[in-house]
Design a protein around this ligand. Structure first.
Ligand SMILES: *Cc1c(COP(=O)(O)O)cnc(C)c1O
Length: 392
């Protein structure tokens, strides 16, 4: 394990880069293929007898820099970068599950993870149960002789429900399940699932890791053995590998991750406190508020509450629409973790893959609004929300 702190690793990565020309920034290896000195070298690379690159779908130095950085931040042995966050989610499940296996998934999940598990996996003979993972008894009751994997995210999008990682890690170990946590919302700077015995950590790097709203990408972190399996099966043959250019942009974005996360948390806390006292808001979901059930996990499990807030407006669905249409600085867009503050309506947008019943069961009401608090001056963000409240 390398000796640096997280904020140093965000900038340098575990393996300090030495460029032959002295370039400060590692170059972008924008190449599809790598030439061999002779036939013997090509054969040795394919046989795995000589380290080195062959073809970018199988590996690339720019991609490798990203994988090493994020693996170091997650304190995992290795990582695989993917074309999107969903590429990471699908690679983590498809690499280890086969027909006849059973997956225990959280009943509240990112909308497309839910759609993959509910609609796609059963087509390949994989049995999936959706469980309330705040409930240890429900988890126990979901176990089957063929249970192979547990998949969850925390805090849960968009209600920010926090799951007990100690409980989940112990449950998975006791029952020989491969445990997977989607750590997109907090990033390794605020939460390290590894400390709770989690086997695989997935990320949508589209969000905070890149942090500039100009890339879609993902990562899976795990043991050397698990990552080798992912790379040599699903990534190689299904092919959701990242573009080196995107990896280069994320390497650049990562250099400020520690500074950005501190600011996202600080501003989100102020916005959440503002919303909580507003007469037109009935409920605020943010683990940084003592009124939120997730607050007790701050400290031990999570170093910060992150930058995403959900809240319920007093009033009808139409009032909700009027409110989001009236914001001027807060941009009506899905995604999160960008410098811009983004506002969206989960029921009609990110969580539309759910039926209404499934959505309500996951705690996502018609009137819920999600805010990804950006890096603007927080007083400007609050002033924009204040004027939008006057629109209804
Ligand atoms: C965005 C997101 C994903 C999917 O990532 P993409 O990069 O959009 O494919 C998965 N999980 C969570 C929690 C997300 O926010």
């Amino acid at each position: 394990m390398n000796k640096f702190h997280d904020d140093t690793n965000c900038i340098h990565g575990p393996n300090h880069f030495e460029d032959p020309h002295g370039a400060l920034t590692a170059p972008l290896y924008q190449t599809s293929t790598f030439h061999f000195k002779n036939a013997a070298q090509g054969a040795a690379r394919f046989a795995g007898e000589e380290a080195g690159y062959i073809y970018t779908r199988l590996g690339n130095p720019t991609t490798r820099e990203l994988e090493e950085k994020v693996a170091a931040l997650e304190e995992m042995e290795d990582a695989a970068a993917t074309a999107t966050g969903m590429g990471a989610v699908s690679a983590s499940v498809l690499s280890f599950l086969q027909a006849g296996d059973h997956l225990i998934a959280s009943k509240a999940l990112y909308g497309c993870s839910y759609a993959l598990f509910a609609h796609m996996l059963p087509k390949f003979g994989i049995d999936v149960s959706f469980v309330d993972m705040t409930d240890a008894q429900a988890l126990q009751a979901a176990l089957k002789p063929n249970s192979k994997m547990l998949f969850a995210e925390t805090p849960i999008n968009p209600t920010m429900t926090v799951l007990d990682l100690t409980m989940l890690g112990q449950f998975a170990k006791a029952n020989q399940l491969i445990s997977v946590i989607d750590n997109t919302f907090l990033t390794p700077l605020l939460q390290k699932p590894k400390h709770f015995g989690i086997d695989l950590i997935v990320h949508s790097a589209t969000k905070y890791l890149n942090g500039h709203g100009d890339v879609v990408a993902g990562l899976v972190c795990g043991s050397k053995e698990h990552i080798a399996t992912i790379k040599l099966t699903v990534l190689k043959d299904i092919g959701a590998t990242i573009s080196p250019h995107d990896a280069w942009l994320i390497n650049r974005g990562l250099k400020t991750l520690h500074v950005r996360m501190a600011r996202h948390c600080e501003s989100a806390q102020k916005v959440a406190e503002y919303l909580e006292q507003h007469s037109k808001v009935t409920q605020v979901y943010y683990p940084g508020l003592p009124s939120h059930p997730g607050y007790r996990f701050l400290g031990e499990q999570m170093k910060g509450a992150g930058g995403v807030i959900a809240f319920e407006l007093k009033g009808s669905l139409q009032d909700g629409e009027a409110f989001i249409n009236a914001t001027k600085l807060c941009t009506l867009a899905v995604s999160l973790g960008d410098p811009e503050t983004l506002i969206q309506h989960p029921a009609s947008m990110t969580h539309s893959p759910y039926t209404r019943e499934e959505r309500l069961a996951a705690g996502i009401s018609d009137g819920l609004i999600r805010l990804s608090v950006g890096l603007e001056n927080v007083d400007d963000i609050i002033a924009d929300l204040a004027q939008a409240f006057n629109a209804f």
